[in-house]
Design a protein around this ligand. Sequence first.
Ligand SMILES: C[S@@+](CC[C@H](N)C(=O)[O-])C[C@H]1O[C@@H](n2cnc3c(N)ncnc32)[C@H](O)[C@@H]1O
Length: 450
Amino acid sequence: MNGRNARDVSLEVLTRVERKTSYSNLELHQVLSRSQLSPVDRNLVTELVYGTIQRRNTLDWILAPFTPRKLELWVRQLLRMSVYQLKYLDKVPARAAVHEAVEIAKRRGHRGVASVVNAVLRNVLRHPDRLGTISETDPVKKLSLEYSHPEWLVKRWLDIWDVHTVRAMCDTNNRAPSHTVRVNRLKLSREELATQLEAENPQVKVRESDISAYGLIVEKFGNVADSVLYREGTCTVQDESSMLVGEILKPAPGSTVLDMCAAPGGKATHLAELMDDEGTVDAFDLYRHKVELIEEQVRRLGVRSVRARQADARQLPRLLSKKYDYVLLDAPCSGLGVIRRKPEIKWRRSLEDVGGLVALQQQLLDAAAQLVQPGGVFVYSTCTLEPKENEQQVEWFLRRYPAFQPDESFVRTLPVDVREKAWLGSGMVRILPQYFCSDGFFIARFTHMA
Ligand SMILES: C[S@@+](CC[C@H](N)C(=O)[O-])C[C@H]1O[C@@H](n2cnc3c(N)ncnc32)[C@H](O)[C@@H]1O
């Protein structure tokens, strides 16, 4: 298949993500898995989809003076995708990008639409100042347009961090995420997995993670989840920062563990592996279809200690007649640490959402406090960077539940790189995406004083 088909497929994914407010990674996977595109075209589709979503406000800013206000959704997406190529992709000649866009418009619409697309894109090309440096002088607007993040988010981050930190964070959020896997240490060692991954594909380059003793960064493999090694349960696709959550909870073999919000099971299965699959991990999630995802991972990895069940975790103190040695609350959150993987998050979230999530997290924290055994351990984690969902929740929890103390014992077990680069508070660690080019994560560990 040629480049033109890759652009048709990209437009289909972009339109679906926008229309259904679904996640780009899921739509992309679904569309690519039933397409016949070559590896080169698949890479182009991935680049166009992520790039167009990532750069949305900057692309709209470039297009604004030349675009009619009312446009069908697919036409707007086509214009954004084309301007993305004009501004960000050196390898695509401008003429080709415009020509392809007009051809797609002819195939999908009628002559009128094609001539609008043609006129808008030619106008953009006639104004290279619009495609070049952003001329805004207001610092928030400038950062927002240069690094394609919403103004409210840039403003919020500038309230918390200095401008260099915010710029580095926004820049990292626009980079392609690395492919990382966690070894299933019940089946093989990290070194053995690295050797086998390289043997399955001679082009592949494997590096050990600086964050987690179980992580490997895999380059040039394509989709690891399509490999034989993955199907055989030797590894799990998981971000490096996320692996740290299990390592910080570190349940002892034979203990009882509760994972309150567990789907799709990345951390629940890690906990089982860390316990040598001895003991129990009760893994709950609110949604039935998500519980099935946990069950799928449990089967694939061959772990026996995880029991996946459906429940609203806020009701668990009423539903369960027991307490646990270890409890994990990997809470639903605003996800502002995983913008690299899900770029649409930054356009869909607002400060108001954060308020709603804080209330839900507090209800879940209330439940967690009742489920930890005296002397037990509790870990609270999120993949967001918002203090209201992180440090301020920890303060709230400690004020409300004096039986819990921040537990710093894990700090000395962290890899040196993490200790040096990450922010460490009392019993807390926060990783910003730019430190290791990994997901942004917040993890806090508490002990219940017996
Ligand atoms: C951050 S994700 C968990 C990721 C998971 N720990 C992993 O590592 O694979 C949060 C999960 O919380 C679930 N959730 C949201 N509200 C919940 C509730 N009230 N009770 C239980 N689960 C809930 C969501 O369905 C989602 O799967």
